[in-house]
Design a protein around this ligand. Structure first.
Ligand code: ATR
Length: 279
């Protein structure tokens, strides 16, 4: 029951009507019996500058932040975690004791998904990461933080963007960059991650690896695209016997981490997953 004491959580973005976060978080709140409600705030561009003021005035306890506000919110936060600072984006704001603290839970999300869904308690020494946008940046940060990862091949259509990303995260000799069609590095890779938007609806028939040549059965393949869940890349990977991980796990685990930051309660991950799993 919503009462005068019910705390407010939510997601801000533009647009947010299709976000799965309200379903996921409200299911978790219900399961844990916490007195919070989670809503979607569609903030038009002219409202962006007022987000911090609104959080304080309305005593909003926590927010997830999505496109296009992950960078701009950093301007009004009292604190930004070192992780969010390095990733250059905030996806979670924790409002406590009058302070607005920015976090990024995507790096946690990808590692938790690889562990739970991919069985990778340790990452393999060689990884291929496709893409150089915001999602790739959080994942590269996570990979570089794992000491067992010796080498990352960062492949992107626009190679200069990959170069800039590798330099921004101080990848050094652990990261080499190349064109997305340069698949030689797949040979000895134990993990391939697609962090491009290739294969996402409504262009779901295509794979970032073209015909999928180079995929093999001793690798794990993660596609962060979750619409559709069975992307063309994952179908190619399955066909050669590779273990596949779809994008739902990363989505659920980044949300779970945000939930734990706000509430201090262990997130019911399976309930969150069920709430956004397509039928
Ligand atoms: P996000 O924040 O979701 O990562 P983004 O910053 O727009 O979004 O990055 C999208 C990624 O998908 C980029 O790596 C982009 O490649 P470019 O840097 O060359 O633009 C990649 N991408 C999107 N559409 C693509 C396509 N049709 N072919 C190849 N790469 C594509």
């Amino acid at each position: 029951m919503i009462s005068g004491r019910t705390g407010i959580l939510g997601v801000i973005g533009h647009p947010v009507t299709h976000s799965g976060s309200p379903a996921m978080h409200n299911a978790a709140l219900q399961a844990t019996g916490l007195d919070f409600v989670y809503v979607a705030f569609g903030v038009p561009p002219e409202g962006a500058a007022a987000i911090g003021v609104a959080m304080r005035a309305l005593n909003i306890r926590g927010l997830n932040v999505t496109v296009p506000y992950k960078q701009v919110v950093m301007d009004f936060l009292d604190e930004v975690s070192p992780e969010a600072q390095a990733i250059g984006a905030v996806n979670t704001i924790d409002h406590r004791d009058g302070r607005l603290c920015g976090h990024n839970t995507d790096a946690h999300g990808v590692l938790a998904s690889l562990r739970e869904d991919g069985g990778l308690h340790r990452l393999p020494p060689k990884v291929v990461l496709l893409g150089a946008g915001g999602a790739a940046r959080a994942i590269l940060y996570a990979l570089l933080a794992a000491p067992e990862v010796e080498h990352i091949a960062l492949l992107n259509r626009t190679v200069s963007r990959a170069e800039d990303l590798a330099a921004a995260l101080h990848g050094g000799s652990r990261v080499t960059v190349g064109d997305i069609t340069d698949v030689a590095s797949l040979n000895d890779a134990g993990l391939v991650i697609n962090a491009t938007s290739i294969g996402m609806e409504p262009h779901s028939g295509v794979s970032p690896l073209g015909d999928g040549a180079g995929l093999h059965d001793s690798m794990v393949v993660l596609d962060i695209v979750y619409k559709p869940l069975a992307t063309q890349l994952l179908q190619q990977a399955r066909a050669v016997g590779a273990r596949t991980v779809d994008g739902l796990g990363m989505l659920v685990h980044q949300g779970a981490r945000a939930f734990e930051l706000w509430t201090g309660v262990v997130a019911p991950v399976h309930i969150m997953r069920r709430a956004i799993q397509p039928a």
